[in-house]
Design a protein around this ligand. Structure first.
Ligand code: AHR
Length: 491
């Protein structure tokens, strides 16, 4: 058993944790939108305006704050006019990035905003800068946000929506260094300046503009973008950084079958998120010491080989306790960097990559990753007061930190989230609380054997349970079993 002592000082307010750090991403990819979020109004699966009721409820339960759409690479060839108006006359196209399937555009702008309204989350649009035009992006914003008379506002009204929607988050381009146009940073940043000039604030709507940032550790990209943009052009830049357990895109490995070495490698690669954010933040700090430009971790999560006998273009993978540990480590890292990191979006919400939810016909399961978001949700809008990662001393041939943690306070409640990343060792934690007088503490735990998952025949194998924790004289004591994620509330 590893003994760990911690001291949390609630007077030590480090930064505000934006709820958007707990954000998500939905793409026209595989069964994320169609046969996932959206089943259509005539489906026998219970739905509201075509949106699965159980998914809406599940997203509300974790207070899902923001949803990015329509891609990903799909956004780089998306034309919003194909997805408005009468469904029968919407254009059918080939989804060239994801399986070459027919995209019938039955889920478009109106449907996306309806879904966000049902969930109560902020919509975040990824604008097409790869194969679109400045005029098209400018018209999309006019269509959504202009209250009054204009060609696009009139078109929206003719399509059944009288009042505009509010749109805050707007990505100007997606992965423009890759599927979004294979651009050099110097070229992208000039194009970005032109595009953003025509993304107007109509009718009191205020856009929050997001420029395409780097992939992983491409610090040169960040440097060029930051050197050439001012806060008057941009509110944030995005970062895409996935965990590939083997580090090899051609042999990523199975979601369910892995040995201890691959597990420890997965966690070690996940923790590189901290170095990558630290590296980009240092560059951003040189140009923007006042933190006026945020960093958004637009796409993150584990990316494995697809499940056997599934379409390779659909990126469908199972989700185990390993993914729960990955999610907890990343969320603690985002909290730690919440002075610069203003949003993060897990890839992806339903049936794709490290999904929150898997569906099969009418059946639906919440993955271990979903439950981690449930355990962490009280951090949303909290004040970060503590974060700690133990030295890389546990594991086998690859050593990783045993403990990942962070703590915040909000409305007189302290929330401490902990992950024991070891597969063998227990962690005996003694934590002194300062600047906070707690009288009662409770905890919930997510723990199981590392390969355990929720499947359609066993949807509740991995679910949070109440967990004993003791509090006496402002000393909190808790013993974590191996491979677990715990959330403690002190009030
Ligand atoms: O999330 C899957 C894909 O990963 C996205 O479409 C793209 O942006 C990234 O490369």
């Amino acid at each position: 058993m590893k003994k760990i002592t911690m001291l949390i000082n609630a007077d030590d307010k480090i930064s505000h944790i934006n709820p958007e750090i707990y954000g998500h991403f939905s793409e026209h990819l595989g069964r994320c939108i169609y046969n996932g979020i959206y089943v259509g109004e005539n489906s026998s699966i219970p739905n509201v305006k075509g949106m699965r009721k159980d998914i809406v409820e599940a997203f509300k339960d974790i207070r899902l704050p923001v949803l990015r759409w329509p891609g990903g690479c799909f956004a780089d060839e998306y034309h919003f006019k194909d997805g408005i108006g009468k469904k029968a006359s919407r254009k059918k196209m080939v989804n060239t990035n994801w399986g070459g399937v027919t995209e019938d555009n039955s889920f478009g702008t109106h449907e996306f905003f309806t879904f966000c309204e049902l969930v109560g989350c902020e919509p975040y649009l990824a604008g097409n800068m790869g194969s679109g035009t400045v005029q098209e992006l400018s018209e999309w914003i006019e269509y959504i946000t202009l209250d009054g008379i204009s060609p696009m506002a009139d078109l929206r009204k003719a399509n059944g929506r009288e009042k505009p929607w509010k749109l805050k988050y707007l990505g100007i381009g997606n992965e423009n260094w890759g599927c979004g146009g294979s651009m050099r940073a110097e070229y992208y940043v000039d194009e970005y300046r032109r595009y953003q000039s025509f993304c107007k604030n109509h009718s009191g709507n205020q856009l929050y503009k997001v420029a395409c940032g780097p992939s992983g550790g491409d610090y040169g990209w960040t440097d060029t973008i930051m050197k050439n943009l001012e806060p008057c052009h941009v509110n944030a830049i995005s970062l895409h950084h996935y965990t590939i357990p083997t580090g090899d895109w051609n042999r990523k490995g199975s979601a369910r079958e892995f040995d201890n070495d691959i597990y420890y490698d997965t966690i070690s690669r996940t923790l590189s998120m901290d170095d990558v954010i630290t590296g980009h933040s240092a560059i951003m700090h040189r140009y923007d010491p006042a933190n006026r430009i945020g960093l958004i971790v637009d796409e993150w999560g584990c990316w494995y080989d697809v499940e056997p006998d599934t379409n390779p273009g659909f990126l469908y993978q199972q989700n185990t306790m390993r993914d729960a540990i990955v999610a907890a480590c990343n969320l603690n890292i985002f909290n730690r960097h919440s002075r610069r990191v203003v949003m993060a979006n897990l890839a992806q919400a339903v049936n794709v990559l490290q999904a929150l939810i898997l569906t099969e016909g009418e059946a639906m399961v919440k993955t271990p990753t979903y439950h981690v978001f449930d355990l962490f949700k009280e951090h949303q809008n909290g004040e970060l007061i503590y974060c700690f990662q133990s030295p890389a001393e546990t594991g086998e041939s690859i050593k990783i930190p045993l403990l990942s943690s962070s703590a915040s306070v909000k409305d007189g409640v302290m929330t401490i989230t902990l992950a024991n990343c070891s597969l063998e060792e227990e962690a005996d934690i003694s934590c002194s609380l300062c600047g906070f007088h707690g009288t009662e503490a409770s905890a919930r735990i997510l723990t199981e054997e590392v390969h355990a998952c929720n499947d359609f025949d066993m949807p509740e194998r991995v679910v949070p349970k109440a967990f004993p924790v003791s509090l006496a004289d402002n000393m909190l004591s808790v013993t974590l079993p191996p491979c677990c994620v715990v959330s403690v509330s002190v009030r």
